[in-house]
Design a protein around this ligand. Sequence first.
Ligand code: ARG
Length: 565
Amino acid sequence: MLAALEALGIDRAAAEPGVRLGPPKNRDHGDVALGAFQLAKAAKKAPPALAGELATAITPDDVIESVSAAGPFVNFRFQRAALAQEVVGAVQNEAAPYGPAESTDQVVCIDYSSPNIAKPFHIGHMRSTVIGNSLRRIHRHLGATVHGINHLGDWGMPFAKMMTAYMRFGNEEQLHASPMRYMFELYKRYGKAAEAEPALDEEAAAHFRALESGEDNEERRMWQMLRDESLKAFQGPYDRLGVTFDHITGESFFEDKMAGAMERVTKAGVLEESDGAEVVWLKEQGIKQPCILRKSDGTTLYHTRDLAAVFYREQTFSPTRILYVVGAEQKLHFDQLKGVLKKMKEGIADAVEHVPFGLVLSRGEAGKWEKFASRAGNAVFLDEILDEAVAKVRTIIAEKNPDLPDADAVAEQVGVSAIVFNDLKASRIKDVKFDWDSMLAFEGDTGPYVQYACARLSSILRKAETPVPAIDAIDFAQLVDAERVLLTMMDFGTVVQRAADQSEPSAITNFTLALAGEIHSYLREHHVLGAEPAVRDARLVLVDAARRLLTTALDLLGIPAPGQM
Ligand code: ARG
């Protein structure tokens, strides 16, 4: 193809970056499409004209069966045996995009999960945790240097309120016994007490000042203890979800970096005084509320910590992107953060990207979808939700496959994954409907469905009782009728890139559903183990490649692929 470009007088080296292949709008047009836009620019021609010329200049060969132009696109159709050999071979060799890419110059910071430790773990934090975890895996796969950061909410007034509640009513034994639940009790108790006694907020503010003084006092010791207990409690759900971080740098980490950040804002000349507070106005950017960076009592805010964090990340990691996986309700916060950086003319402003997502909805009393709330009140204990999912899957397995070895371990994998998959299924900005029956179904667009497809492939390979045949011994002409599976597999690279560019793990979730669907259809019509040797071997190689790719795709979502279920 590059040779054909040369024949048309386009410089090979200049053309190469413009050669972007992707799935065509309509698979009837071809297997892959080349948009001629950039090449046409280089050749100083109209894209449809160049597409036409290219289509005529490229001659079919052992690999390319036919070429045609459709508007500004050139569509290619591959010889079926060559297609099979190319895709299956690349998957087996873990060549990019099927395996991890070589490192690139992309450095991506991903700020996710980031719960407030003095408040119950919100269901929204589960979404942030799961989406961020997947983005981290996706960018790694694409060769970026990735810093997964848990920006724990372990500072500020919310924390001071918890501390005040603990100092007033707390009991260490109860705290250690069940930290999350006990802190939730304290949180509720504080709310009630503050209603009756508004001065309580004053007391909390005083405790926060004492904490921010940096002295080794009771507040500091209390802070340390509550933070340690919370972190220990979060670790359970993090482990079960397969979530890890490269850095756990909460808001408190920036305590000694805020003065420097404030100095930088002051020097930039954008800080103004307003009722004793220090703020940055952003009206000229269409943002009505000012960004408050220091309160009149001298204490700092959530924004101040985020600003210090941007500077710290810029200096420490030199990121090309900083992704903030935080609910859509914080849009203003991140608009303001980016706005302040822009007003300061900081180049890092361009790297700051809010990755918002929708709510989790559950069915309320009247059967209407409403904001998720558990029966226990307004708290959502993630470990309880996970336990419930696992218990339900355990029951399903007991019915469907009572002899399954390691049934408890499989139920854990499938139950937890069902929730993760449900969360990542639709475009992240949409609200997620939390409905047990639909997310646990083994048929439908669910995690269990995809995991089952994977387990089915593993089971064929196990029953074959021979190692997967070597690629060079395969007659790929035997796979001409697997074109739908192969073409779906071939889209993987485009899909992963889109997931990274748009911060949309849903692109990958949909890929796994499409591939699982094609595999099930293929296996419905084609026997593997009973087929004659040449056919069986070719199909075994296909089954192995599909299993590998499905496993990789699930891994990018943070979902394990059980070998049996
Ligand atoms: N702790 C915050 C909350 O629960 C989320 C923090 C998100 N990250 C950030 N850098 N602001 O609302």
